[in-house]
Design a protein around this ligand. Structure first.
Ligand SMILES: CC(C)[C@H](C(=O)O)[C@@H](O)C(=O)O
Ligand code: SF4
Length: 469
Protein backbone atom coordinates (compact mmCIF):
# COMPACT_ATOMS: atom_id res chain seq x y z
CA UNK A 1 0.00 0.00 0.00
CA UNK A 2 1.18 3.52 -0.71
CA UNK A 3 1.98 5.86 2.15
CA UNK A 4 -0.92 7.83 3.60
CA UNK A 5 -1.29 11.22 1.94
CA UNK A 6 -2.81 14.54 2.94
CA UNK A 7 -5.53 16.24 0.91
CA UNK A 8 -2.90 18.67 -0.36
CA UNK A 9 -0.58 15.80 -1.41
CA UNK A 10 -3.43 14.21 -3.36
CA UNK A 11 -4.53 17.29 -5.30
CA UNK A 12 -0.92 18.22 -5.99
CA UNK A 13 -0.01 14.72 -7.23
CA UNK A 14 -3.09 14.59 -9.45
CA UNK A 15 -1.95 17.74 -11.29
CA UNK A 16 1.76 17.11 -11.81
CA UNK A 17 2.63 17.29 -15.50
CA UNK A 18 6.37 17.08 -14.94
CA UNK A 19 8.64 16.68 -11.92
CA UNK A 20 12.35 17.62 -12.04
CA UNK A 21 14.98 15.98 -9.84
CA UNK A 22 15.30 19.14 -7.74
CA UNK A 23 11.58 18.98 -6.89
CA UNK A 24 10.44 21.67 -9.30
CA UNK A 25 7.09 20.66 -10.76
CA UNK A 26 4.93 21.74 -13.62
CA UNK A 27 1.33 21.71 -12.40
CA UNK A 28 -1.76 21.59 -14.57
CA UNK A 29 -4.14 24.44 -13.75
CA UNK A 30 -7.86 23.71 -13.97
CA UNK A 31 -9.23 27.20 -13.48
CA UNK A 32 -7.81 30.68 -13.93
CA UNK A 33 -9.60 33.73 -12.56
CA UNK A 34 -8.53 37.11 -13.87
CA UNK A 35 -9.15 40.63 -12.58
CA UNK A 36 -8.18 44.04 -13.88
CA UNK A 37 -5.31 44.84 -11.52
CA UNK A 38 -2.81 42.04 -12.18
CA UNK A 39 -3.64 41.08 -15.78
CA UNK A 40 -2.85 44.00 -18.13
CA UNK A 41 0.88 43.21 -18.51
CA UNK A 42 0.16 39.50 -18.80
CA UNK A 43 -2.11 40.00 -21.81
CA UNK A 44 0.36 42.52 -23.21
CA UNK A 45 3.06 39.85 -22.93
CA UNK A 46 0.93 37.45 -24.97
CA UNK A 47 0.39 40.11 -27.61
CA UNK A 48 4.09 40.92 -27.88
CA UNK A 49 5.01 37.28 -28.42
CA UNK A 50 2.05 36.47 -30.65
CA UNK A 51 0.61 33.87 -28.28
CA UNK A 52 -3.03 33.08 -27.51
CA UNK A 53 -4.88 32.00 -24.36
CA UNK A 54 -4.45 28.25 -24.27
CA UNK A 55 -7.83 27.46 -22.65
CA UNK A 56 -10.20 30.42 -22.72
CA UNK A 57 -13.00 28.16 -21.38
CA UNK A 58 -10.96 27.56 -18.21
CA UNK A 59 -10.45 31.27 -17.74
CA UNK A 60 -12.94 33.79 -16.32
CA UNK A 61 -12.40 37.55 -16.09
CA UNK A 62 -14.18 40.08 -13.90
CA UNK A 63 -13.67 43.67 -12.76
CA UNK A 64 -13.81 44.24 -9.02
CA UNK A 65 -11.04 46.32 -7.42
CA UNK A 66 -11.49 49.56 -9.33
CA UNK A 67 -15.21 49.65 -9.99
CA UNK A 68 -17.26 52.34 -8.27
CA UNK A 69 -19.88 51.01 -5.87
CA UNK A 70 -22.19 54.01 -6.09
CA UNK A 71 -25.57 53.56 -7.80
CA UNK A 72 -24.44 55.79 -10.69
CA UNK A 73 -21.54 53.50 -11.64
CA UNK A 74 -22.95 53.18 -15.15
CA UNK A 75 -21.80 56.75 -15.75
CA UNK A 76 -18.22 55.51 -15.84
CA UNK A 77 -15.08 55.82 -13.76
CA UNK A 78 -13.69 59.27 -13.05
CA UNK A 79 -10.25 58.20 -11.86
CA UNK A 80 -8.12 57.74 -14.95
CA UNK A 81 -5.86 54.97 -13.67
CA UNK A 82 -8.87 52.93 -12.55
CA UNK A 83 -10.71 53.54 -15.80
CA UNK A 84 -7.72 52.42 -17.87
CA UNK A 85 -7.40 49.14 -15.95
CA UNK A 86 -11.09 48.35 -16.31
CA UNK A 87 -11.15 49.19 -20.01
CA UNK A 88 -8.00 47.16 -20.59
CA UNK A 89 -9.61 44.04 -19.12
CA UNK A 90 -12.73 44.47 -21.26
CA UNK A 91 -10.57 44.75 -24.38
CA UNK A 92 -8.21 41.92 -23.43
CA UNK A 93 -11.08 39.56 -22.67
CA UNK A 94 -12.70 40.36 -26.02
CA UNK A 95 -9.43 40.10 -27.98
CA UNK A 96 -8.46 36.77 -26.40
CA UNK A 97 -11.91 35.18 -26.25
CA UNK A 98 -12.17 35.02 -22.47
CA UNK A 99 -15.56 35.23 -20.76
CA UNK A 100 -15.86 38.56 -18.99
CA UNK A 101 -18.25 40.03 -16.41
CA UNK A 102 -18.31 43.81 -16.77
CA UNK A 103 -19.57 46.19 -14.07
CA UNK A 104 -23.03 46.10 -15.67
CA UNK A 105 -23.28 42.29 -15.69
CA UNK A 106 -25.50 40.95 -12.87
CA UNK A 107 -22.93 38.20 -12.22
CA UNK A 108 -20.14 40.74 -11.63
CA UNK A 109 -18.54 40.87 -8.21
CA UNK A 110 -15.37 40.20 -6.27
CA UNK A 111 -13.41 37.54 -8.10
CA UNK A 112 -13.36 35.17 -5.10
CA UNK A 113 -17.09 35.44 -4.65
CA UNK A 114 -18.14 34.90 -8.25
CA UNK A 115 -15.98 31.78 -8.84
CA UNK A 116 -17.88 29.67 -6.27
CA UNK A 117 -21.23 31.21 -7.26
CA UNK A 118 -20.80 30.13 -10.84
CA UNK A 119 -19.57 26.62 -10.03
CA UNK A 120 -16.32 27.68 -11.71
CA UNK A 121 -14.67 26.69 -8.42
CA UNK A 122 -15.01 22.95 -7.78
CA UNK A 123 -13.46 20.43 -5.37
CA UNK A 124 -10.14 18.85 -6.33
CA UNK A 125 -9.21 21.56 -8.80
CA UNK A 126 -6.10 23.66 -9.04
CA UNK A 127 -7.24 27.27 -9.16
CA UNK A 128 -5.09 30.36 -9.57
CA UNK A 129 -5.62 34.10 -9.85
CA UNK A 130 -3.29 37.06 -9.73
CA UNK A 131 -4.58 37.80 -6.26
CA UNK A 132 -3.42 36.73 -2.83
CA UNK A 133 -6.90 35.90 -1.53
CA UNK A 134 -7.33 33.14 -4.10
CA UNK A 135 -6.86 30.93 -1.04
CA UNK A 136 -10.62 31.50 -0.51
CA UNK A 137 -11.44 28.75 -3.02
CA UNK A 138 -9.65 26.21 -0.84
CA UNK A 139 -12.91 26.04 1.12
CA UNK A 140 -14.12 23.63 -1.58
CA UNK A 141 -11.15 21.31 -1.24
CA UNK A 142 -9.46 22.94 -4.23
CA UNK A 143 -5.76 23.82 -4.29
CA UNK A 144 -6.05 27.54 -4.83
CA UNK A 145 -3.46 30.25 -4.51
CA UNK A 146 -2.40 33.66 -5.71
CA UNK A 147 0.18 34.13 -8.45
CA UNK A 148 2.20 37.08 -9.76
CA UNK A 149 1.59 38.84 -13.06
CA UNK A 150 4.35 36.96 -14.93
CA UNK A 151 2.76 33.72 -13.74
CA UNK A 152 -0.63 34.99 -14.92
CA UNK A 153 0.92 35.29 -18.37
CA UNK A 154 2.40 31.79 -18.08
CA UNK A 155 -0.93 30.26 -17.09
CA UNK A 156 -2.80 32.13 -19.81
CA UNK A 157 -0.36 30.82 -22.41
CA UNK A 158 0.16 27.26 -21.17
CA UNK A 159 -2.54 26.39 -18.57
CA UNK A 160 0.33 25.24 -16.33
CA UNK A 161 2.33 26.72 -13.48
CA UNK A 162 5.81 26.02 -12.12
CA UNK A 163 5.56 25.12 -8.44
CA UNK A 164 7.50 23.49 -5.65
CA UNK A 165 5.60 21.49 -3.13
CA UNK A 166 4.86 23.28 0.13
CA UNK A 167 4.83 21.56 3.53
CA UNK A 168 1.66 20.29 5.19
CA UNK A 169 0.15 22.03 8.20
CA UNK A 170 -2.98 20.99 10.05
CA UNK A 171 -5.10 23.46 11.98
CA UNK A 172 -7.71 21.59 13.94
CA UNK A 173 -10.53 23.51 15.57
CA UNK A 174 -12.32 21.26 18.05
CA UNK A 175 -15.61 21.78 19.82
CA UNK A 176 -18.60 24.01 19.13
CA UNK A 177 -18.57 27.76 18.56
CA UNK A 178 -20.41 29.76 21.22
CA UNK A 179 -23.38 31.91 20.17
CA UNK A 180 -22.22 35.10 18.43
CA UNK A 181 -18.75 33.76 17.61
CA UNK A 182 -18.14 33.16 13.91
CA UNK A 183 -15.76 31.83 11.26
CA UNK A 184 -14.13 35.27 11.18
CA UNK A 185 -13.30 35.03 14.86
CA UNK A 186 -11.83 31.56 14.34
CA UNK A 187 -9.45 32.72 11.62
CA UNK A 188 -8.48 35.92 13.45
CA UNK A 189 -7.73 33.80 16.52
CA UNK A 190 -5.65 31.36 14.45
CA UNK A 191 -3.59 34.20 12.98
CA UNK A 192 -3.23 35.73 16.44
CA UNK A 193 -1.88 32.37 17.58
CA UNK A 194 0.49 31.46 14.72
CA UNK A 195 1.39 35.03 13.64
CA UNK A 196 1.50 36.38 10.08
CA UNK A 197 4.54 34.24 9.30
CA UNK A 198 3.26 31.11 11.04
CA UNK A 199 2.07 29.53 7.82
CA UNK A 200 5.07 30.48 5.67
CA UNK A 201 6.05 27.56 3.43
CA UNK A 202 2.91 25.59 4.28
CA UNK A 203 -0.46 24.73 2.86
CA UNK A 204 -2.90 24.68 5.77
CA UNK A 205 -5.66 22.12 6.02
CA UNK A 206 -8.42 23.18 8.42
CA UNK A 207 -10.24 20.36 10.14
CA UNK A 208 -12.11 19.54 13.33
CA UNK A 209 -15.68 19.69 14.56
CA UNK A 210 -16.00 23.48 14.43
CA UNK A 211 -14.81 23.62 10.80
CA UNK A 212 -17.12 20.77 9.76
CA UNK A 213 -20.06 22.64 11.30
CA UNK A 214 -19.41 25.75 9.17
CA UNK A 215 -21.40 26.65 6.06
CA UNK A 216 -19.51 27.13 2.78
CA UNK A 217 -19.62 30.87 3.44
CA UNK A 218 -17.90 30.41 6.79
CA UNK A 219 -15.34 28.04 5.30
CA UNK A 220 -14.54 30.60 2.61
CA UNK A 221 -13.99 33.24 5.29
CA UNK A 222 -11.47 30.93 6.98
CA UNK A 223 -9.58 29.94 3.82
CA UNK A 224 -9.64 33.53 2.56
CA UNK A 225 -7.37 34.69 5.38
CA UNK A 226 -4.90 31.77 5.14
CA UNK A 227 -2.62 34.14 3.29
CA UNK A 228 -2.78 36.56 6.23
CA UNK A 229 -1.21 33.75 8.27
CA UNK A 230 1.53 33.47 5.65
CA UNK A 231 0.35 30.17 4.14
CA UNK A 232 0.44 29.48 0.42
CA UNK A 233 -3.08 28.11 0.50
CA UNK A 234 -5.81 26.89 2.83
CA UNK A 235 -7.87 23.75 2.33
CA UNK A 236 -10.98 22.17 3.76
CA UNK A 237 -11.92 18.65 2.68
CA UNK A 238 -15.19 18.61 0.73
CA UNK A 239 -18.23 17.00 2.35
CA UNK A 240 -22.05 17.02 2.08
CA UNK A 241 -22.09 20.78 2.81
CA UNK A 242 -19.76 21.33 -0.14
CA UNK A 243 -21.69 19.11 -2.55
CA UNK A 244 -24.99 20.74 -1.62
CA UNK A 245 -23.53 24.20 -2.31
CA UNK A 246 -21.99 23.20 -5.63
CA UNK A 247 -24.97 21.24 -6.98
CA UNK A 248 -26.88 23.04 -9.73
CA UNK A 249 -24.45 25.96 -9.92
CA UNK A 250 -24.29 27.14 -13.55
CA UNK A 251 -20.93 25.56 -14.34
CA UNK A 252 -21.11 22.55 -12.01
CA UNK A 253 -21.12 19.14 -13.71
CA UNK A 254 -24.60 17.79 -14.45
CA UNK A 255 -26.15 14.31 -14.75
CA UNK A 256 -23.63 11.51 -15.23
CA UNK A 257 -20.73 13.94 -15.04
CA UNK A 258 -21.97 15.00 -11.59
CA UNK A 259 -22.02 11.39 -10.36
CA UNK A 260 -18.50 10.81 -11.63
CA UNK A 261 -17.26 14.04 -10.10
CA UNK A 262 -18.85 13.16 -6.77
CA UNK A 263 -17.14 9.81 -6.75
CA UNK A 264 -13.78 11.53 -7.15
CA UNK A 265 -14.56 14.29 -4.66
CA UNK A 266 -15.30 11.68 -1.99
CA UNK A 267 -11.65 10.56 -2.17
CA UNK A 268 -10.50 14.10 -1.37
CA UNK A 269 -9.57 13.87 2.28
CA UNK A 270 -6.38 13.34 4.21
CA UNK A 271 -5.71 9.64 4.80
CA UNK A 272 -5.67 8.24 8.30
CA UNK A 273 -2.10 8.67 9.58
CA UNK A 274 -1.05 11.19 6.89
CA UNK A 275 1.93 13.24 8.02
CA UNK A 276 1.60 16.94 8.84
CA UNK A 277 4.80 18.90 9.40
CA UNK A 278 3.08 21.25 11.84
CA UNK A 279 -0.11 20.88 13.85
CA UNK A 280 -2.05 23.61 15.67
CA UNK A 281 -5.09 22.86 17.80
CA UNK A 282 -7.71 25.36 18.97
CA UNK A 283 -10.83 24.93 21.05
CA UNK A 284 -13.82 26.71 19.51
CA UNK A 285 -15.78 26.66 22.76
CA UNK A 286 -13.26 29.07 24.33
CA UNK A 287 -13.27 31.62 21.51
CA UNK A 288 -14.60 35.14 22.14
CA UNK A 289 -15.53 37.67 19.42
CA UNK A 290 -12.23 39.11 18.23
CA UNK A 291 -11.17 42.67 17.34
CA UNK A 292 -7.87 43.70 15.79
CA UNK A 293 -6.17 46.63 17.51
CA UNK A 294 -3.03 47.19 15.35
CA UNK A 295 -1.84 47.28 11.75
CA UNK A 296 -1.29 43.57 11.22
CA UNK A 297 -3.93 40.82 11.21
CA UNK A 298 -2.03 39.12 14.06
CA UNK A 299 -2.71 42.10 16.34
CA UNK A 300 -5.88 40.71 17.81
CA UNK A 301 -7.60 40.63 21.17
CA UNK A 302 -10.93 39.53 22.67
CA UNK A 303 -13.69 42.14 22.58
CA UNK A 304 -13.60 41.84 26.39
CA UNK A 305 -9.90 42.71 26.43
CA UNK A 306 -7.85 45.91 26.42
CA UNK A 307 -5.38 47.40 23.97
CA UNK A 308 -2.13 45.59 24.86
CA UNK A 309 0.94 47.35 26.20
CA UNK A 310 3.98 47.04 23.88
CA UNK A 311 6.26 47.83 26.87
CA UNK A 312 5.60 44.26 28.02
CA UNK A 313 7.18 42.77 24.88
CA UNK A 314 10.71 41.49 25.51
CA UNK A 315 11.96 41.51 21.91
CA UNK A 316 13.05 45.05 21.03
CA UNK A 317 12.18 44.98 17.33
CA UNK A 318 8.76 43.60 18.03
CA UNK A 319 8.22 46.14 20.81
CA UNK A 320 9.08 49.04 18.51
CA UNK A 321 6.89 47.74 15.72
CA UNK A 322 3.87 47.20 17.99
CA UNK A 323 4.35 50.65 19.54
CA UNK A 324 4.36 52.10 16.04
CA UNK A 325 1.13 50.23 15.30
CA UNK A 326 -0.50 51.71 18.41
CA UNK A 327 0.62 55.21 17.45
CA UNK A 328 -0.67 54.73 13.91
CA UNK A 329 -3.99 53.52 15.28
CA UNK A 330 -4.20 56.46 17.70
CA UNK A 331 -4.74 54.10 20.63
CA UNK A 332 -3.43 53.97 24.20
CA UNK A 333 -2.39 50.76 25.91
CA UNK A 334 -4.95 49.65 28.47
CA UNK A 335 -7.97 51.15 26.69
CA UNK A 336 -10.94 48.80 26.86
CA UNK A 337 -11.85 47.52 23.39
CA UNK A 338 -15.51 48.31 24.06
CA UNK A 339 -14.53 51.96 24.71
CA UNK A 340 -13.11 52.39 21.19
CA UNK A 341 -15.41 54.68 19.16
CA UNK A 342 -15.86 54.33 15.42
CA UNK A 343 -16.32 56.85 12.59
CA UNK A 344 -16.99 54.34 9.83
CA UNK A 345 -18.21 50.81 9.37
CA UNK A 346 -17.48 48.74 6.27
CA UNK A 347 -19.33 45.49 5.70
CA UNK A 348 -18.27 43.61 2.59
CA UNK A 349 -15.13 42.19 0.85
CA UNK A 350 -14.22 38.68 -0.28
CA UNK A 351 -13.86 37.75 3.40
CA UNK A 352 -17.37 38.67 4.50
CA UNK A 353 -19.45 39.96 1.58
CA UNK A 354 -21.58 36.88 1.03
CA UNK A 355 -25.31 36.37 1.60
CA UNK A 356 -24.92 34.66 4.95
CA UNK A 357 -22.84 37.58 6.22
CA UNK A 358 -25.55 40.01 5.18
CA UNK A 359 -28.23 37.91 6.87
CA UNK A 360 -26.21 38.04 10.10
CA UNK A 361 -25.94 41.80 9.80
CA UNK A 362 -29.68 42.15 9.16
CA UNK A 363 -30.45 40.17 12.33
CA UNK A 364 -28.32 42.53 14.40
CA UNK A 365 -29.54 45.84 12.94
CA UNK A 366 -33.22 45.17 12.24
CA UNK A 367 -35.36 47.90 13.80
CA UNK A 368 -32.30 49.79 15.05
CA UNK A 369 -30.53 52.94 13.88
CA UNK A 370 -26.90 53.56 12.98
CA UNK A 371 -25.22 55.85 15.51
CA UNK A 372 -25.36 59.42 14.13
CA UNK A 373 -21.57 59.75 14.43
CA UNK A 374 -21.00 56.71 12.22
CA UNK A 375 -20.98 56.49 8.44
CA UNK A 376 -21.75 52.86 7.64
CA UNK A 377 -21.81 51.07 4.31
CA UNK A 378 -22.76 47.58 3.20
CA UNK A 379 -21.28 46.36 -0.06
CA UNK A 380 -22.51 43.01 -1.41
CA UNK A 381 -19.73 40.82 -2.75
CA UNK A 382 -21.44 40.26 -6.08
CA UNK A 383 -24.46 41.18 -8.15
CA UNK A 384 -26.03 37.83 -7.28
CA UNK A 385 -25.49 38.42 -3.55
CA UNK A 386 -27.15 41.81 -4.01
CA UNK A 387 -30.14 40.29 -5.83
CA UNK A 388 -30.53 37.60 -3.20
CA UNK A 389 -30.33 40.11 -0.36
CA UNK A 390 -32.95 42.29 -2.03
CA UNK A 391 -35.21 39.30 -2.68
CA UNK A 392 -35.09 38.63 1.07
CA UNK A 393 -35.76 42.29 1.89
CA UNK A 394 -32.42 42.73 3.65
CA UNK A 395 -31.69 45.95 1.76
CA UNK A 396 -34.82 47.53 3.28
CA UNK A 397 -33.64 46.61 6.78
CA UNK A 398 -30.21 48.11 6.09
CA UNK A 399 -31.52 51.31 4.53
CA UNK A 400 -34.13 51.79 7.27
CA UNK A 401 -31.33 51.48 9.85
CA UNK A 402 -29.28 54.15 8.04
CA UNK A 403 -26.73 52.04 6.17
CA UNK A 404 -25.57 52.92 2.70
CA UNK A 405 -26.46 49.97 0.38
CA UNK A 406 -24.03 49.76 -2.53
CA UNK A 407 -23.17 48.04 -5.80
CA UNK A 408 -20.77 45.05 -5.70
CA UNK A 409 -16.98 45.34 -5.69
CA UNK A 410 -13.89 45.38 -3.47
CA UNK A 411 -14.90 48.83 -2.31
CA UNK A 412 -13.33 50.03 0.93
CA UNK A 413 -11.45 46.78 1.52
CA UNK A 414 -8.63 48.61 -0.22
CA UNK A 415 -8.56 52.19 -1.37
CA UNK A 416 -8.48 51.54 -5.14
CA UNK A 417 -11.81 53.20 -5.85
CA UNK A 418 -13.83 56.09 -4.42
CA UNK A 419 -14.61 54.29 -1.17
CA UNK A 420 -11.93 55.18 1.32
CA UNK A 421 -11.27 56.45 4.82
CA UNK A 422 -10.14 60.00 5.47
CA UNK A 423 -6.94 60.41 7.51
CA UNK A 424 -7.45 59.30 11.14
CA UNK A 425 -10.93 57.96 10.53
CA UNK A 426 -11.51 54.79 12.52
CA UNK A 427 -13.33 51.93 10.87
CA UNK A 428 -14.77 48.59 11.95
CA UNK A 429 -14.27 46.47 8.85
CA UNK A 430 -15.23 42.93 7.87
CA UNK A 431 -12.31 42.75 5.43
CA UNK A 432 -9.01 40.92 5.90
CA UNK A 433 -6.22 43.49 6.06
CA UNK A 434 -5.58 46.30 8.52
CA UNK A 435 -2.25 47.45 7.06
CA UNK A 436 -1.29 51.12 7.29
CA UNK A 437 -3.18 53.04 4.61
CA UNK A 438 -5.08 49.97 3.46
CA UNK A 439 -8.49 51.65 3.57
CA UNK A 440 -7.18 55.14 2.81
CA UNK A 441 -4.21 57.31 3.73
CA UNK A 442 -3.79 57.28 7.54
CA UNK A 443 -7.07 55.38 7.90
CA UNK A 444 -7.44 53.15 10.96
CA UNK A 445 -8.89 49.69 10.44
CA UNK A 446 -10.21 47.24 13.02
CA UNK A 447 -10.94 43.78 11.63
CA UNK A 448 -14.08 42.11 12.99
CA UNK A 449 -16.89 39.74 12.05
CA UNK A 450 -20.02 41.02 10.25
CA UNK A 451 -22.13 40.77 13.40
CA UNK A 452 -19.54 42.71 15.42
CA UNK A 453 -19.29 45.39 12.70
CA UNK A 454 -23.07 45.69 12.58
CA UNK A 455 -23.38 46.10 16.35
CA UNK A 456 -20.55 48.66 16.37
CA UNK A 457 -22.37 50.69 13.71
CA UNK A 458 -25.46 50.89 15.91
CA UNK A 459 -23.65 51.53 19.20
CA UNK A 460 -20.93 53.82 17.81
CA UNK A 461 -18.30 51.78 19.65
CA UNK A 462 -17.35 48.11 19.88
CA UNK A 463 -19.77 45.96 21.84
CA UNK A 464 -19.70 42.31 22.77
CA UNK A 465 -22.13 40.74 20.31
CA UNK A 466 -22.80 37.98 22.83
CA UNK A 467 -24.68 40.58 24.91
CA UNK A 468 -26.66 42.02 21.97
CA UNK A 469 -30.42 42.31 22.34
C1 LIG B 1 -4.80 44.01 -6.00
C2 LIG B 1 -4.46 42.62 -5.62
C3 LIG B 1 -3.22 42.22 -6.34
C4 LIG B 1 -4.39 42.42 -4.12
C5 LIG B 1 -4.04 40.99 -3.69
O1 LIG B 1 -3.21 40.31 -4.28
O2 LIG B 1 -4.55 40.51 -2.72
C6 LIG B 1 -5.70 42.80 -3.46
O3 LIG B 1 -6.77 42.00 -3.86
C7 LIG B 1 -5.58 42.80 -1.97
O4 LIG B 1 -6.44 42.27 -1.29
O5 LIG B 1 -4.59 43.36 -1.47
S1 SF4 C 1 -12.17 42.34 -1.50
FE1 SF4 C 1 -10.23 43.06 -0.69
S2 SF4 C 1 -9.06 41.26 -0.22
FE2 SF4 C 1 -10.70 40.64 -1.58
S3 SF4 C 1 -9.82 40.72 -3.62
FE3 SF4 C 1 -10.81 42.68 -3.24
S4 SF4 C 1 -9.18 43.97 -2.42
FE4 SF4 C 1 -8.44 41.87 -2.29
Amino acid sequence: MSAPRTLYDKIFDDHVVDRQDDGTCLLYIDRHLVHEVTSPQAFEGLRLTGRTVRHPEKTLAVVDHNVPTSPDRKLGIKNEESRIQVEALAKNAADFGVEYYSETDRRQGIVHIIGPEQGFTLPGMTIVCGDSHTSTHGAFGALAHGIGTSEVEHVLATQTLIQRKARNMLVRVDGKLPQGVTAKDIILAIIGEIGTAGGTGYVIEYAGEAIRALSMEGRMTICNMSIEGGARAGLIAPDETTYAYVKDKPRAPKGKAWDMALEYWKTLKSDEGAHFDKVVVLDAANLPPIVSWGSSPEDVVSVQGVVPDPAEIADENKRTSKQRALDYMGLKAGTKITDIELDRVFIGSCTNGRIEDLREVAKVVEGKTVNPRVNAMIVPGSGLVKEQAEAEGLDKIFIAAGFDWREPGCSMCLAMNDDRLKPHERCASTSNRNFEGRQGFKGRTHLVSPAMAAAAAIAGHFVDIRDWK
